[in-house]
Design a protein around this ligand. Structure first.
Ligand code: CTP
Ligand code: CA
Length: 224
């Protein structure tokens, strides 16, 4: 009941959130990226701060801005930079939510000059990026660790697979099949799955309202 005495449910808690896409450089002017805007992660950061937490937001390239005394924004570009920044502060945190759309692969070599147009076909060899969330799962101590899963088929089964493989405490499933949910949308429709495989499905709502639902679920678990 210590948290109630302090007034806000996340007072005294440190929350780490990853958000946005990552950009994987091809040459000095080009990259491989994705359509994530970062909105879900930024809304989670704002809501956690308003609930009393000290928040570290590790964000890939995003046009969004955020200004709050209890939010430290760390901007990164590539998956590797996101990995470094996230791992650096992980040991301090009580709740960690990985909402970033991290590129699974990066170009094997980054050209140091702009690549010139030549042949009709052009191949870029990609190599796998480290899985940040998997690494956090391996190192987990006190942290309540939450991932996201974006699936287009066998959603629940795939999400549960990720929950187990990455040693998570919960996973947020959002399905692109639900219209009005996903990249570039202001709304999202999620299911929250805990490690005992209890599944709670929510209505389509604004990402701000979804952030509140996710944090309520986490708060209920950590004080259970
Ligand atoms: N994630 C991560 N680091 C990566 C890839 C993913 O931290 N290199 C995190 C995401 O932030 C998300 C979760 O892992 O919280 C699941 O991401 P997702 O792309 O759905 O799953 P993957 O494990 O990458 O599997 P796949 O893309 O093949 O479905
Ligand atoms: Ca992926």
């Amino acid at each position: 009941q210590e948290h109630l005495a302090k007034g806000l449910p996340l007072s005294g808690k440190r929350v780490l959130i990853t958000a946005g896409p990552t950009y994987e450089a091809i040459d000095p002017v080009r990259y491989i990226g994705n359509h994530s805007t970062g909105l879900m992660g930024y809304e989670l950061a704002k809501k956690a701060a308003s609930l009393g937490a000290k928040v570290i937001l590790v964000s890939g390239p995003s046009h969004l801005s955020i200004q709050h005394n209890n939010i430290e924004l760390i901007k990164v570009k590539s998956a590797d930079e996101m990995y470094q920044a996230t791992l650096r502060d992980y040991h301090l945190c009580d709740i960690v939510i990985c909402a970033a759309a991290v590129a699974d692969y990066r170009p094997k070599a980054v050209a140091d000059q702009k690549i010139k147009k030549s042949t009709e076909e052009f191949t870029i060899t990609l190599v796998k990026n480290r899985d940040i969330l998997f690494s956090l799962g391996e190192l987990k101590k006190q942290q309540f660790l939450v991932g996201f899963a974006l699936e287009t088929q066998n959603e629940v089964e795939n999400a549960i697979g990720k929950l187990k493989r990455k040693n998570l405490d919960a996973i947020v499933l959002n399905s692109l099949n639900d219209s009005g949910a996903g990249f570039g949308e202001l709304t999202n429709k999620i299911s929250f799955i805990d490690k005992n495989l209890n599944i709670k499905t929510f209505e389509l709502k604004t990402k701000s309202a979804v952030a509140a639902d996710i944090l309520n679920e986490i708060i209920a678990k950590i004080y259970a």
